[in-house]
Design a protein around this ligand. Structure first.
Ligand code: SF4
Length: 197
């Protein structure tokens, strides 16, 4: 194979000379500064990790809660969806009418033993991946109702991701719970496509 040398034009000579000057002008400290700046700004990753991060980011910022409430806490949940508190700015405003379209259930209110099988069924009807929030003292621990009729915490029947304390928690608290859940989802690993084994 024949290698054709590029002609050494005057412009090229000048360019190479300038490059040499630039290199000489950099002190070791300056080179170190540039190296550190690159390390801070250039990201090395794998396609798998990057896709996991993108999927988690999208999931955490577009939760579809189920239209569902059990007691007084549900009133605060409704207020959270109203214009004053504006859940929409975080991407959570689309309360779904069917568990098959929802990926989040907020247990908002006192969970009685009579309602427990219904909540369990709703949870099982939701498609993977799915998350849950226990809103208020009653859903988290049974609250003040230490009685034969009340489930002493929604985690007796479904796994709970975030507990929001209060009686009732204010809409700001529920929003904080949503944001905590989004932060948790962003750290998830190995759940990109859970339906593919
Ligand atoms: S935590 Fe308080 S406000 Fe919420 S359902 Fe229980 S009693 Fe009602």
């Amino acid at each position: 194979m024949e290698v054709i040398e590029r002609p050494n034009t005057e412009a090229r000579e000048r360019f190479l000379h300038e490059l040499e000057e630039i290199r000489i002008r950099l002190s070791p400290e300056e080179e170190e500064t540039i190296r550190r700046a690159l390390a801070q700004r250039v990201l090395f990753t794998t396609v798998e990790r990057m896709s996991q991060w993108v999927v988690n980011w999208a999931r955490g910022n577009s939760l579809f809660p189920l239209t569902f409430g059990l007691a007084c806490c549900a009133i605060e949940q409704m207020a959270t969806g109203g214009p004053r508190f504006d859940m929409a700015r975080f991407g959570y405003e689309v309360f779904r009418p069917s568990p098959r379209q929802a990926d989040l259930i907020v247990i908002a209110g006192t969970l009685t033993k009579k309602m427990a099988p219904v909540v369990r069924q709703l949870w099982e009807q939701m498609a993977q991946p799915k998350w849950s929030i226990a809103m208020g003292a009653c859903a988290s621990t049974g609250g003040m109702y230490n009685s034969f009729a009340v489930v002493q915490g929604a985690d007796w029947i479904i796994p709970i991701d975030v507990y929001v304390p209060g009686c009732p928690p204010r809409p700001e608290s529920l929003l904080y719970g949503f944001l905590k859940l989004a932060a948790k989802i962003r750290k998830e690993k190995g759940r990109v496509y859970p339906w593919i084994k």
